[in-house]
Design a protein around this ligand. Structure first.
Ligand code: PLP
Length: 431
């Protein structure tokens, strides 16, 4: 039970806590600096050419840093192909495009994640159908996925949310039964494993992010992985103005493609290569902070850390952030009061994660492009387009009532930073 009598919040309204800056030698260290200079000294900031015409050193597949990053990424994850892009958003769009999903199709997506996961199908004219999430992990719940499948469903876009690994056995069983493609969004799950398998290698395409919030970073960046040669080629076409070169590709199934410019620079690729080398160490350090925090929170019955599936069977969850469920009844205060009180003690906790996506104006108004497209497009007339409140009750409950997010498990935070959370909690609970 919380008693706020002696809290900073009660006494003086509390100082406003600031987000901690965490760029340091982990992300911008000597190795990254040398890598960036190596790329600059090569004389080329990018070596992509939107054409198959050989004009060395320019190439349709990019320069040496891109090629090396893709090889090293494939080796690390055990995937046949890796394709470097300028963001995971581009990766998700390219994945939908490569799978030839479009008007008249439905894609099952999570409501409790980054907006691009639901936008990716829409950009290609397909309709996102929101399934509910598992209350412990925040990942899509296989039972809810099953309930949302229709004749129009073409794919499931799952997210290993918060770095927790989705229930891939059940999801792949559903995909097999209904002949669906699976895209794994691993933006938050670098290095996570499901029953010994690397995330991203279980479905058809895995997508990673290298933006500045991720465990490993390149300023901006994304990587798609796949074991399918033709899919890898389609993603490369989408990355690099493929409409201009598709006829020279020599793939009889690839007749047309809309290409974009999703290309990564040589400097970003060089930095990403160094970051990839650090990933096992960064995950190990992060997990030791996670375990310490989990142990400390055992003393507070109103806080329940969220968790992925069991780690004993070769499954490794990696923690993008630290989500915890708040029990208002056990605490005796509303979530917003508790959060304000913690923030006033200098501990930054956020309420909720993202508003369930279907409650955003795009879905409420069914309006993305002019004339209500793609929702109103004739081929989408019979698609499921239910975006009302209550569509995914678990996601809504977690977001509006239970979830608190903390980022003290991100390096360069230390054990002492974790202990300061405990100090603040003790003060709020025992005053
Ligand atoms: C789950 C998820 N998917 C996709 C993205 C998009 O990543 P990017 O910023 O690299 O486009 C993010 C970024 O926060 C994310 O968390």
């Amino acid at each position: 039970m919380i008693d706020l009598t002696n809290s900073n919040l009660a006494i003086n309204g509390g100082p406003k806590v600031r987000k901690k800056k965490w760029f340091d030698n982990i992300t911008t260290g000597q190795q990254e600096k040398e890598a960036a200079i190596r790329a600059i000294n090569s004389g080329y900031l990018s070596l992509f050419e939107g054409s198959h015409t050989p004009d060395p050193p320019f190439s349709f597949s990019g320069g040496p840093e891109i090629i090396a990053l893709e090889e090293e990424w494939s080796q690390f994850y055990g995937s046949k192909f890796s394709i470097a892009l300028n963001s995971a958003t581009s990766g998700l769009y390219a994945a939908i495009g490569a799978l030839e999903i479009g008007f008249g199709d439905e894609v099952i997506v999570s409501p409790y994640t980054m907006s691009a996961c639901a936008l990716a199908p829409l950009i290609y004219g397909a309709i996102p159908v929101f399934a509910d999430i598992d209350p412990n992990s925040g990942c899509l719940d296989p039972e809810s996925i099953s309930q949302k499948i229709s004749m129009r469903t073409k794919a499931i876009l799952i997210v290993h949310q918060f770095g927790f690994v989705a229930n891939m056995d059940a999801i792949m069983d559903i995909a097999k039964k209904y002949n669906l493609k699976v895209i794994e969004d691993c933006a938050q799950a670098h290095g996570a494993k499901y029953k010994g398998k690397n995330v991203g290698t279980i479905g058809d395409i895995g997508v990673f992010s290298l933006n500045v919030n991720k465990t490993i970073q390149a300023g901006e960046g994304g990587i798609c992985i796949t074991n399918d040669l033709e899919l890898s080629y389609r993603i490369k076409l989408i990355r690099n103005h493929g409409e201009a070169v598709v006829e020279k590709a020599g793939y009889k199934n690839i007749l047309n493609i809309a290409g974009f410019n999703y290309r990564m620079t040589e400097i970003s690729a060089a930095i990403a290569r160094e970051q990839l080398k650090k990933l096992p160490y960064l995950n190990k350090e992060r997990l030791s902070l996670v375990n310490h925090l989990k142990n400390l929170l055992k003393s507070y019955d109103f806080l329940e850390p969220m968790s992925g599936s069991d780690s004993n069977n070769g499954t490794q969850n990696v923690y993008y952030i630290f989500p915890v469920k708040y029990n208002k009844n056990a605490a005796g205060h509303k979530r917003n009061i508790f959060t304000e009180a913690l923030n006033a003690e200098g501990m930054l906790f956020y309420q909720g994660y993202v508003c369930p996506l279907y409650l955003q104006p795009i879905y409420q108004k069914k309006l993305l492009f002019k004339h209500g497209y793609p929702f109103s497009a004739p081929p989408n007339k019979d698609c499921a387009q239910e975006y009302k409140q209550g569509t995914c009750p678990v996601a809504e409950r977690l977001h509006f009532e239970e979830v608190l997010i903390n980022e003290h498990i991100r390096l360069p935070h230390k054990i002492s930073d974790i202990e300061s959370i405990d100090d603040a909690l003790k003060k709020l609970c025992c005053s």
